[in-house]
Design a protein around this ligand. Structure first.
Ligand code: PXG
Length: 457
């Protein structure tokens, strides 16, 4: 054993003494204890008390092939023994990194055949920022620098990725919103569509991009970035009319289109990439999470021939990370992609477990008095909680309704996410039908308990 086997309390005390948790109020631990996860297998994790928990979030939306897959473990072991590290700076390359570019070009949408490697979605998006601005400088239009994202967009936690995103508390922390970043509305028909049809609202939400471009001047806008389905913002799946209109506007004004596939990629919505499902033809496409199913940190930015041709003219690309194209992470990503293919996971999500998951949620949850909307695609789901189903009135924020539901879920052995006033689920793509049944039944029990707490049931 390479760590000391301690008791839960000792681990919790040591954790609180030494560790700042991401996206957590440090004072939370004045009254609560961290949950210590010690092992995992398939779609389950175990805590330090030996309690088995169904992981309805696949970690943080990433463990697509499930936990404990020997193919990935062996790939990492073999690669560490052969070449534990070498870099890809300057003129060097390694076989697994070379192979990964080749294999990725076979699964990315047509035309996206070039890759820059990073270690996280945030780093990939930092790369996007530098790449698109550099692109326009090389193109001789250096004033094209602004990047437009969306409210509730999430693109990571570095300063540039925070600026791309549209999360106000993140902008506020350390005054992190850089100049040159703009945000238009997120396309959430259920809450924002008013009396428009879903399709008409999709067009209207997309046209906010055109208005923003005209306001800023097209000759100052470098790129638009969006997640095909917004994940951390609450699993916001846009109307079918939304992305084609965004695509049209980007083409009209010659704005680079960036589809952030960090959550949506690698089978999550029943396609290799959600861009295929929505008919998006991105110029750049950052990816991470499902690229290695979270077994090791790795990310990439895919980009098309047009961007490639310009980068070739631009001289030294002064950007890179020590671990860009890390050989072990690349080996694991290769094994992971092979496993997604061998297990037929893309098709499974598209035709079998995805529709089953959705049907189950619709049957068990949609009529619940707290549930306004069940949304999502494939194995990505959002459940909108409302105080009043008729009027779509939300709960007062301080009632923390989604957090209540999430806590009840955990008490009953299932991990889900609370996002604003929505619950989110994003289970491993290997989840079985009985496990889906458990996930949805526990969500229902938790909704019942939360509803009782607020006097609705
Ligand atoms: N883009 C998208 C679309 C993401 O969802 C990132 C970029 C950043 O990736 P890294 O690897 O730097 O974290 C993400 C990450 C949550 C949650 O619970 C979501 C993410 C990360 C952590 C928590 O909603 N998404």
């Amino acid at each position: 054993m390479f760590y000391v086997q301690r008791g839960t309390k000792e681990w919790q005390d040591m954790d609180v003494a030494h560790h700042l948790h991401p996206f957590t109020d440090p004072q939370y631990f004045d009254t609560k204890k961290p949950l210590v996860i010690t092992k995992a297998e398939g779609s389950h994790v175990w805590d330090s008390e030996g309690r088995k928990i169904l992981d309805g979030m696949a970690g943080l939306w990433c463990v697509n092939v499930g936990y404990g897959r020997s193919e990935l473990i062996e790939a990492s072991d073999r690669q560490m023994r052969e070449l534990a590290y070498y870099n890809t700076f300057f003129q060097t390359a390694t076989p697994t990194q070379i192979e990964l570019g080749h294999v990725l070009s076979g699964v990315t949408p047509e035309g996206l055949d070039h890759f820059f490697f990073a270690n996280s979605g945030s780093e990939a998006n930092d790369t996007v920022v530098r790449m698109v601005r550099h692109f326009w400088e090389v193109e001789g239009q250096p004033e094209k620098q602004a990047i437009i994202g969306r409210t509730l967009g999430y693109h990571g936690s570095t300063v540039a990725a925070t600026s791309l995103g549209g999360m106000k508390p993140m902008h506020d922390l350390g005054k992190s919103l850089l100049p040159g970043f703009e945000h238009i509305t997120h396309p959430h028909w259920y809450l924002n569509g008013e009396d428009l049809s879903r399709e008409d609202y999709g067009l209207k939400a997309a046209q906010a991009l055109e208005e923003k471009i005209l306001e800023l001047g097209a000759d100052t806008v470098a790129a638009f970035i969006g997640e095909p389905i917004q994940g951390a913002g609450g699993v916001i799946d846009p109307p079918a009319t939304y992305w084609p209109e965004i695509q049209r506007i980007c083409r009209k004004y010659d704005i680079l289109l960036v589809a952030d596939e960090v959550i949506c990629g690698f089978g999550r919505v029943g396609h290799w990439f959600a861009s295929e499902a929505y008919g998006i033809e991105p110029d750049l496409m950052p990816m991470a999470k499902g690229l290695s199913s979270g077994y090791l940190p790795i990310a990439a930015v895919a980009y098309n021939d047009r961007v490639h041709a310009t980068l070739r003219k631009g001289g030294v690309f002064s950007h890179g990370y020590t671990y860009s194209g890390h050989p072990v992470a690349c080996a694991v990503a290769l094994a992971n992609i092979q496993l997604i293919k061998d297990d037929g996971l893309i098709d499974r999500v598209k035709t079998d477990i995805g529709p089953y998951f959705r049907a189950k949620m619709d049957a068990v949850l949609a009529s619940h008095p707290l549930v306004g909307e069940v949304r999502g695609a494939g194995l990505l789901a959002g459940i909108q909680l409302v105080k009043n189903k008729e009027t779509k009135e939300l709960f007062p924020t301080e009632q923390a309704i989604a957090t209540k539901c999430r806590d009840y879920c955990l008490e009953h052995g299932v991990i889900m996410r609370a996002v604003g006033q929505s619950m989110a689920a994003s289970p491993p793509l290997i989840i079985t039908k009985p496990e889906v049944d458990t996930l949805v039944e526990v969500a229902k029990v938790s909704l019942d308990l939360a509803a009782k707490d607020v006097g609705i049931l």
